[in-house]
Design a protein around this ligand. Structure first.
Ligand code: IMP
Length: 428
């Protein structure tokens, strides 16, 4: 296969960074198509940990071209911080291109993100405060600034000035907060514009030509299916499309250009922020998963909510993204349990068992998980390098996932390092 898309099947944080890094080492091009620096991918190479937010994971592969597509919301401040960190570690960052159609995140987006989420009180989403929602709001409202606006100082200054005036009205009059400093921000962003010009391209053409030339192109998803603005647990979602459909609009290519769609499944479930979570274990089981799985946010440092694997969620993700394979991550975190639960349905208050993920969160909140209890393997799997080396109980766990979702498990990960990865058949 020469084109592979990788999507999160749960609420993000499935360990996409590692699976993507594995595929990125084989890729000629790596493309981000949605979200922004709300994402946090951590990749461990030779014991050293790299945290990526906005920059595609291909940056760790010296021969890959990295594309930040038109569907991404681009934060110049975050971008240059990330570049500085990578360069300090001796990583070459010269092979990065940003779509001229990508929307720009400004400081007023971040401020409004914090103000509007806090104003929701107990209904707050718990956003990352990276300005993602407000930037996408401007895009949909058709008032946003795009990277192409940065090519001309005069156009950029005029558009930015009008936006700052509008946002300051909202910041001061709706929220009673302090206005942002127009002069300081304009000067700073004009400087960013100058520094960013060499990176700006019509990246849709680059991706199209790479696919046509038979290059190996990896479409790198951020967040997860349940955070999709249309298909996730609305309103506790992000503002973009982390499902596979998001790659076509967000990279500017047709759907037939994506041959394989690999869904990243964590061997259990986590989520950050608010919203119903049927298999949550807010007790010593959840705590044990959190500690062994290091379940704390890469972007925010927040402890994640933890629970058993919810196959209703994973099967839903398989359907809406048309998964052709699964990459099962962090299987070793379950090594500690004598029995493991796997959720195969939800029981409604009326006693009905549902297996299709419902739209209504009011209903979801009242659902109880229907578990299948499996025998745990209770031995370390971190040293396994081949599927055949896995304990039988772990293989049975994997078979349950395949049977319920109808999707083969192609990659299995049992630790953070590149070597702790088992691949069944050639993928890329
Ligand atoms: P936003 O994307 O900052 O607007 O946040 C909206 C929701 O998505 C919040 O619950 C965040 O915690 C969640 N979220 C955003 N990005 C990620 C991610 O990369 N991993 C996990 N959760 C995320």
């Amino acid at each position: 296969m020469s084109t592979v898309a990788v999507v999160g099947t749960q609420w993000g944080d499935e360990g996409k960074g590692k699976a993507i890094d594995y595929l990125a080492t084989r890729a000629d091009m790596v493309v981000r198509a949605q979200g922004g620096n709300n994402a946090g991918h951590s990749v461990v190479i030779g014991g050293k940990k790299y945290a990526l937010h906005l920059i595609p994971s291909g940056v760790l592969n010296p021969s890959a071209v990295n594309i930040i597509g038109n569907g991404v919301v681009f934060d110049p401040e975050g971008f240059f911080e990330e570049i500085a960190g990578l360069e300090k570690d001796g990583i070459d960052t010269s092979n990065i291109y940003i779509s001229d159609r990508a929307h720009i995140v400004f400081p007023y987006h971040k401020l409004l993100d914090a103000l509007s989420d806090a104003a929701k009180g107990k209904n707050r989403v718990g956003t990352t405060n990276k300005g993602i929602g407000p930037c996408y709001m401007d895009k949909v409202e058709r008032t946003g600034l795009r990277m192409c606006d940065m090519m001309d100082d005069e156009i950029f200054t005029a558009k930015l000035s009008a936006q700052i005036d509008r946002k300051n009205e909202i910041i001061t009059k709706v929220y009673g907060a302090d206005a942002v400093d127009k002069e300081e921000m304009t000067a700073r962003y004009l400087e960013y514009a100058r520094r960013l010009r060499p990176y700006i391209r019509d990246t849709g053409v680059m991706v199209y030509e790479a696919v046509k030339a038979g290059k190996k192109v990896l479409f790198e998803g951020a967040q997860g299916t349940m955070l999709d603005i249309d298909l996730g647990t609305y309103p506790y979602v992000t503002s973009s499309h982390p499902v596979s459909g998001g790659f076509t609009t967000g990279a500017g290519v047709g759907p037939q250009m994506i041959e394989e769609v690999v869904g990243i499944v964590k061997a259990y479930t986590t989520r950050v922020g608010a919203g119903p979570f049927v298999t949550e274990e807010n007790n010593e089981i959840g705590d044990a998963i959190r500690e062994v799985g290091h379940e704390y946010g890469v972007t925010t440092g927040r402890p994640r909510r933890c629970g058993w694997l919810d196959l209703v969620v994973v099967r839903y993700a398989a359907r809406v993204s048309g998964l052709t394979g699964i990459s099962l991550m962090l299987l070793d975190v379950l090594d500690q349990f004598e029995t493991v639960n796997i959720c195969v349905g939800y029981e409604t208050p009326q006693g009905e068992i549902i297996t299709d993920f419902p739209a209504s969160l009011d209903l979801l909140e009242k659902c109880r998980p229907v578990y299948k209890e499996l025998k745990g393997w209770h031995v370390p799997t971190t040293g396994c390098r081949d599927y055949d080396e896995l304990p039988d109980e772990a293989k049975a766990y994997i078979r349950e996932i395949e049977d319920f979702t109808g999707v083969p498990v192609r990659i299995i990960s049992v630790g953070p390092d590149r070597e702790q990865t088992m691949v069944r058949g050639e993928l890329f």
